[in-house]
Design a binder for this molecule. Structure first.
Ligand code: HAM
Length: 420
């Protein structure tokens, strides 16, 4: 038997309804906040991700699915959506008339990480990006929108962790301070951190290896090194969040695993998922559009880990599966074409109707209706055809009555139709 690839998974019916519910809730909310959907390819030139995410990040160094296509061009299955959305924004000059654009997208991402609960090699993200504004209010608005989405989905164990990574003005100063702190501690660090510390000492702050965390416990805080403009920016994000009654904690070690961030960075963290506590992550990336060959346009955004969010929402135990409204039990040769026409018309009218075409006994059809959790069963056999009435049985109350063939579809429509 051929099995799926390790770290990949199927979303089966039973779970897919919950996924649809999350997608619809998010799309409706994002649309109300002025976001428009953008659909981007799942493969891009490798260079796009290497340049934007950063050559010496875990993602680019070890996790990308990269391969030469038949002509030898290096192609990568996207590990995230931000780079592609920027590429699209620049390529189609979407900034031309009005640089302020808000986009969202939902789709699969690919990272060859070590699979575990909440961590997959193909996972889904719900991604939102805002271009064209450097305002701290936009960062706060994104965090607020996330909070509202989680609340609408019944997720309460969630906290916004925020930090600022400064800008090209002040980050070099912090980088020097951090490097000075690390110097002399190399022996305590993991091999990756030792190798990367000179190029990108911020990575060491982000390392999850316990020894590195311990060695970095007393590291300097970037928040003590922000320039005036970045300091005011961060303070405004905090005040704006307070104004919107959005709780947050300041997390000076939150540097995130991608190199494009400037100023505000944030994660939505939960205690409901074990080791994988980040349900969403994002931040400002004011330099990326320029870095990828576009004009100097600031931007900010986030991505929600869809699989993780779905796992938390599923913990509430609510079902989103829809059961048939009606099962038509057709008994005998003559009933089959009647039932066949009825279920087609009923389904068309939005009444979920099922039957089977195998001509089984009433007992086995009733069993199947039960298994499908149909709300009602309509029984039609030779006797009913003679009398031109079918029997309608309510599977919950077990009450049954007769429904004349004349006007049958209208009667069923009125009795079983959706009451909204
Ligand atoms: P990220 O933090 O790499 O950010 O990913 C965002 C979220 O995707 C994570 O918080 C997590 O919930 C989920 N995620 C990441 N890797 C996996 C995995 N292997 N399995 C399951 N879920 C995963 C970004 O991707 C940025 N592009 C976010 C962003 C948008 N920043 C600005 N705009």
């Amino acid at each position: 038997m051929i099995q799926l690839i390790r770290g990949f998974k199927d979303v089966l019916p039973g779970e897919s309804e919950l996924w649809q519910h999350i997608e619809q809730t998010a799309a409706a909310l994002f649309t109300d906040f002025g976001f428009k959907e953008i659909r981007i390819p799942i493969m891009e030139r490798t260079e796009l991700f290497a340049r934007s995410i950063g050559e010496d990040t875990d993602i680019v160094e070890k996790e990308m699915y990269t391969f030469p296509d038949r002509k030898g061009d290096l192609i990568t299955l996207r590990p995230e959506a931000t780079a592609s959305i920027c590429r699209s924004y620049i390529q189609h000059k979407l900034y031309a008339a009005d640089p302020v654009k808000k986009y969202f997208t939902i789709g699969p991402m690919f990272r060859r990480e070590r699979p575990q609960k909440g961590r997959y090699r193909q996972f889904y993200q719900l991604d939102a990006e805002v271009f064209g504004s450097a305002s701290p209010y936009v960062d706060a608005q994104l965090i607020y929108m996330l909070k509202i989405l989680f609340h609408r989905l019944g997720v309460t164990d969630i906290m916004a962790h925020i930090n600022s990574l400064g800008c090209p003005e002040c980050r070099p100063d912090f980088r020097d301070a951090l490097l000075a702190y690390i110097t002399g501690k190399e022996a305590e660090l993991c091999a990756d951190c030792r190798r990367r510390k000179d190029k990108n000492p911020l990575r060491v702050l982000d390392c999850k290896v316990p020894a590195c965390r311990e060695a970095m416990a007393a590291a300097p805080s970037i928040l003590d090194h922000l320039c005036d403009a970045c300091h005011v920016h961060f303070e405004t994000v905090k005040t704006a969040l307070e104004n919107l009654q959005t709780p947050f904690t300041i997390d000076k070690r939150l540097v995130r695993g991608l190199d494009y961030y400037t100023r505000t960075t944030f994660e939505m963290q939960t205690g409901s998922l074990g080791a994988q506590s980040a349900v969403a992550g994002g931040g400002r990336y004011d330099g990326l559009v320029k870095l990828l060959g576009g004009p100097e346009i600031p931007a900010t955004g986030f991505a929600i880990g869809f699989d993780r969010l779905a796992e938390i929402v599923a913990q509430a135990g609510e079902t989103y599966v829809v059961d048939p409204d009606l099962y038509v039990a057709a008994l005998g040769e003559a009933a089959l074409p009647l039932a066949f026409a009825w279920i087609a018309k009923l389904s068309e009218a939005g009444i979920r109707a099922e039957m089977d075409f195998e001509g089984r006994s009433l007992k086995s059809q009733m069993k199947r209706a039960d298994r499908l959790r149909a709300g009602h069963v309509l029984i039609v056999g030779d006797d009913e055809i003679k009398k031109k009435t079918a029997i309608l049985r309510n599977m919950m109350s077990k009450a049954q009555d007769e429904v004349p063939f004349e006007g049958l579809l209208e009667t069923l429509g009125a009795r079983l139709g959706k009451k909204e």
